[in-house]
Ligand binder design. Structure first.
Ligand code: TEU
Ligand code: CA
Length: 532
């Protein structure tokens, strides 16, 4: 396999509204990000995945784009974007853009024209039908919206302000490729492709993801934009299996570098139930099985995976699977060690590296996310008690990941000079913040810093086979090359039921010698040792 820069890279996701506010309007912005590059360089990341900063009415916080080649006013302007690219390069950090091309905003010029003028070429960039079928939107209700002007319905898998694009239209596809090339020419290092598995949809047959032409489109896109360039591309593919992941990410297929697959995240809720029916207790055996499957079935040279616990759509992992009390720091390090030493490209979501947690939301007025708000209204109309609804949102709602980054213990966590931040600052910022983390050599931050460095320095992290070890249920242990990784994914003591000698401690959150002496793992113990 030909080694690529992203095989040894760790990527850091920034949600721009929540990272750093430079002008005191309570909303994060591009200048804010630029002002924090020193911090990211210290962490050691190779690239930033920047969630959308394009022009947008912000119905879905920028995942509803009205102009792909312009910047939303709240974030700054194109000069600020160029400055971020230039400054990031100075800091040896690449920028990966979020590519949202399954849908646009209904305020995009294409859709405005399509609606105004049914005879225009743009009409066919979207999907119109005389009658709706029973497809539903991810954000609740029908996936079809009636348009008075033309007397037809248009398709929207997300909000009604996010009309779906019609990838059957070759002219539209070419416009998307031109736009991608325009960004590549500006110096971006790749794209994270939003719900890319939906672009082959056939609504009349109720085919959403993995439509028959999906991979033809991605191959065409690759030839038109990515071919011969040294870019990272990662497709968001919720339902991918290892076989599907190979189609996207095998170098021979000439499609994408890697995928985000969410099989492990599926353990956060009841099977076949909406995510709101969450399960807080981590099923460690099931998690091990899923990791084992992906690590062994997506073979080296046949595809590439990403590794993540968090993103802007998910709860803070410490609040659902880790510990936010006594073992806050230790569980955060344990989860990081468990994940980062597997094969794949790790992604860190802003604040994860300091152990940020869910927000204690009390009522709907504190929320912003369209998904949570639509769910709340729908569930309450169907008779679900408000307290139950709030309980689900508090655990699993997307706003948990989106509260402002906690830079210091000051009033607004150093995020903004305004107290009116667009989402409230978590009250725990007095303890959990960057300043405190940097001052403590034993903090979660330095575990992440070390894991990032290890990945850069060690080829075994890329190449070595993964072997799951047979251990106590709650213990996740694997071997790669001459390295042994052991993590107690629970708050209870566990037996370490295999004897081993070790040569060198690579990373740990505990006293490794004591573990081998006693044969016992304490709560959230985690380490990697060289054994031969
Ligand atoms: O997410 C895809 C998606 O399906 C999510 O809506 C996800 O299912 C849900 O949030 C989990 O609860 C992508 C983006 O990451 C998300 O932020 C956008 O809202 C969505 O696409 C539409 O662009
Ligand atoms: Ca701002």
């Amino acid at each position: 396999m030909e080694k690529q820069w992203w095989h040894s890279a760790t990527i850091y996701q920034i949600y721009p509204k929540s990272f750093m506010d430079s002008n005191g309007d309570g909303i994060g912005d591009l200048k804010g990000i630029t002002s924090r590059l020193d911090y990211l360089q210290k962490l050691g990341i190779t690239a930033i995945w920047l969630s959308p900063v394009y022009k947008s009415p912000m119905d879905d916080n920028g995942y509803d784009i009205s102009d792909y080649q312009d910047i939303a006013d709240i974030f700054g302007d194109m000069a600020d974007m160029e400055e971020l690219l230039a400054q990031a390069e100075e800091h040896n950090i690449k920028i990966i853009m979020d590519l949202v091309v399954n849908h646009t905003s209904d305020e995009h010029a294409w859709f405005v024209e399509a609606r105004e003028n049914p005879d225009s070429p743009e009409r066919d960039y979207y999907i119109w039908r005389d009658q709706p079928n029973d497809l539903v939107s991810v954000f609740g209700g029908s996936a079809w919206q009636y348009d008075d002007k033309s007397g037809q319905y248009y398709l929207h898998f997300f909000s009604r302000k996010q009309p779906d694009l019609n990838w059957e239209n070759a002219e539209l596809r070419q416009k998307i490729y031109d736009m991608m090339n325009w960004w590549i020419d500006k110096g971006v290092a790749g794209f994270r492709m939003d719900v890319i598995d939906l672009i082959g949809k056939i609504p009349d047959q109720k085919i959403k993801e993995n439509g028959p032409k999906l991979h033809d489109y991605i191959k065409e896109m690759h030839q038109a934009t990515l071919a011969g360039k040294d870019l990272l591309t990662v497709g968001e593919t919720w339902g991918a299996t290892p076989e599907i992941a190979k189609q996207y990410s095998s170098p021979a297929e000439k499609e994408l570098s890697m995928v985000f697959q969410f099989e492990h995240i599926g353990l956060q809720h009841k099977p076949d139930a909406p995510k709101w029916d969450y399960i807080k207790e981590l099923d460690v055996s099931a998690l091990k099985e899923i990791f084992n499957k992906w690590q062994t079935e997506l073979e080296l040279g046949q595809g590439w995976n990403s590794l993540f616990w968090n993103n802007h759509d998910l709860p803070r992992v410490l609040s659902i699977w880790g510990d936010t009390g006594l073992y806050h720091q230790k569980s955060a390090k344990a989860l990081a060690i468990a994940l980062h030493l597997m094969r794949g490209t790790p992604y860190i979501y802003q604040g994860e590296e300091i152990g940020m947690t869910n927000y204690p939301f009390e009522d709907l007025s504190q929320l912003n996310d369209i998904e949570s708000l639509n769910y709340a209204h729908e569930a309450m109309e169907n008779g679900r008690a408000q307290e139950q609804v709030m309980d689900s949102i508090r655990m699993i709602g997307r706003d948990n990941a989106r509260t402002p980054m906690q830079w210091d213990a000051d009033a607004n966590a150093g995020f903004s000079s305004s107290a009116q931040t667009w989402l409230p600052v978590n009250p725990n910022h007095a303890d959990i913040n960057v300043e405190t983390a940097l001052a403590d050599p034993d903090s979660i931050f330095y575990t992440y810093q070390k894991l990032i460095q290890l990945r850069k320095d060690n080829d075994w992290l890329v190449d070595a086979e993964f072997e799951l070890l047979d251990t106590a249920d709650k213990v996740f242990a694997y071997k790669r090359d001459n390295y042994l990784i052991v993590v107690n994914l629970s708050g209870e003591e566990q037996a370490l039921d295999f004897a081993s000698d070790y040569k060198e401690i690579i990373i740990s959150n505990t006293d490794v010698e004591a573990i081998f002496a006693s044969g016992k793992l304490e709560a959230w113990d985690a380490f990697c040792v060289k054994v031969e």
